[in-house]
Write a protein that binds this ligand. Structure first.
Ligand code: SF4
Length: 204
């Protein structure tokens, strides 16, 4: 496994932030199973957990106005380091109007052991939550969260709650789940009141 301190990298005009490698899941499709980076980046396994100050120092070397969007994603789950995420997002907000998105597994409440949805107010313009599958059973099989059974419900509840604080909340599934499961996922998204985005599965 190759490591580096790649805290940000560019994909298709967007700036992607890699603030942690921690994650409570072990998704079958996780790109971390396939290599050490993503989309041609340097290794995304971090030599150590960065502080917010280290991430901000990295961002200061870049022109943040020049990106289409700034995305917290990473080789890990960004809400595992919620305080760092919020501090870095506040810095970004203070220097640019570039939209901010958070890619998350939606398990922030279980990770942080509290109701975290209100903490996202003003932090980002969009939250993209991995729905992954339309039923609890399929979700557990694919996502393999350490929190077990409660995870699917917690993820749905987080989505329903966080849309009170974030303008755009999106569920994502990958196209390989098939038409029927995509339709069932769409019904779940509609019942929660969020959008569904079907993304192409691209193994690295
Ligand atoms: S939630 Fe994301 S980082 Fe975590 S295992 Fe799943 S795909 Fe990988």
């Amino acid at each position: 496994m190759k490591k580096s301190m790649t805290l940000s990298y560019v994909v298709d005009g967007g700036l992607y932030l890699n603030i942690t490698n921690k994650c409570p899941c072990n998704c079958t499709f996780c790109i971390r199973h396939n290599g050490d980076g993503a989309y041609g980046s340097d290794p995304l396994w971090l030599e150590h957990q960065p502080t917010a100050e280290e991430v901000i120092a990295d961002l200061k070397k870049r022109d943040l106005d020049s990106y289409k969007q700034i995305v917290f994603c990473g080789y890990g789950e960004p809400t595992c380091e919620l305080e760092i995420l919020k501090t870095v997002a506040a810095y970004i907000r203070s220097v640019t109007k570039t939209p901010i998105r958070i890619n998350t597994n939606g398990l922030s409440d279980l990770i942080n052991n509290r109701d975290t949805a209100p903490e996202f107010e003003g932090v980002c313009d969009c939250i993209s939550i991995s729905l992954n599958a339309p039923t609890k059973e399929e979700y557990l099989k694919v996502t393999r969260p350490c929190f077990g059974e409660d995870s699917f419900r917690a993820m749905l509840d987080f989505a329903g709650h966080v849309k009170e604080y974030v303008p755009d909340v999106v569920f994502t599934v990958v196209d390989v789940i098939g038409k029927e499961d995509i339709e069932r996922s769409r019904e779940i998204a509609e019942s929660i009141g969020v959008r569904l985005r079907v993304r192409e599965y691209i193994p690295e």
